[in-house]
Design a binder for this molecule. Structure first.
Ligand SMILES: [Zn+2]
Length: 206
């Protein structure tokens, strides 16, 4: 932008000056400039409203007034942040971390268990660990038939690009096909499975 010798504007409020009209147009729209105008209005109003008060007292009142104004602004900022946080919660998150899910079945004698996993090898290892002492129906039944070596794992299906919600949805589809007797809950975990085999011998339900 070429500078003009004729054009010159200086903003007393912002300690800003320029030789181009376009820069001046931009400046008068800046937040800093607009805030400084508001601040100046505030000072003028304050002096007019308190013109009957001696200068020394006025200074003290001014100090307190400014402090209160800052506190009010801080509080408004906090409220705004809180509001933004709450709004952010309402916006659905981008689907991320999409992986292949495996829907698997464990056959324990005549009984079955259906589950989903993003890593079948790790999941089997977890089942083996839990099998040692867990009081859940699946593990109790596995112990009854002599342990993990006597069960059979079957992959029912694999689905690409799944998040947890999608994985549970796919698991649910197979769950109602297989009607497994060793799942204690439906895949969403929200209620007890209608297919769970009835047991009375101290098996904890949840
Ligand atoms: Zn300005």
């Amino acid at each position: 932008m070429p500078q003009s010798k004729n054009y010159y504007r200086k903003c007393e409020l912002c300690d800003f000056n320029t030789h181009t009209s376009s820069a001046w147009s931009r400046h008068i729209k800046t937040i800093k400039h607009l805030a400084n105008i508001e601040h100046q209005k505030f000072i003028k109003n304050f002096i007019v409203a308190n013109r009957h008060i001696p200068y020394a007292q006025l200074q003290e009142i001014w100090r307190i007034t400014i402090k209160l104004k800052q506190l009010k602004e801080q509080k408004e900022q906090q409220q705004l942040k809180q509001q933004q946080k709450e709004e952010a919660k309402l916006i659905p998150k981008e689907p991320k971390d999409l992986k292949q899910v495996c829907i698997y079945c464990i056959a324990v004698g005549e009984d079955k268990y259906v589950g989903h996993t993003f890593n079948l090898k790790n999941r089997i290892s977890t089942h083996r660990q839990k099998c040692k002492s867990s009081e859940r129906l699946l593990y109790k039944c596995i112990r009854e038939i002599g342990g993990c070596d006597n069960v059979e794992y079957t992959e029912l299906a694999r689905y690409d690009n799944c998040d947890l919600t999608k994985a549970i949805e796919m698991e649910t589809k197979h769950f109602y096909e297989v009607k497994p007797s060793l799942n204690m809950c439906v895949p969403t975990g929200k209620h007890i499975s209608p297919f769970m085999k009835s047991v009375s011998n101290n098996i904890k339900q949840y």
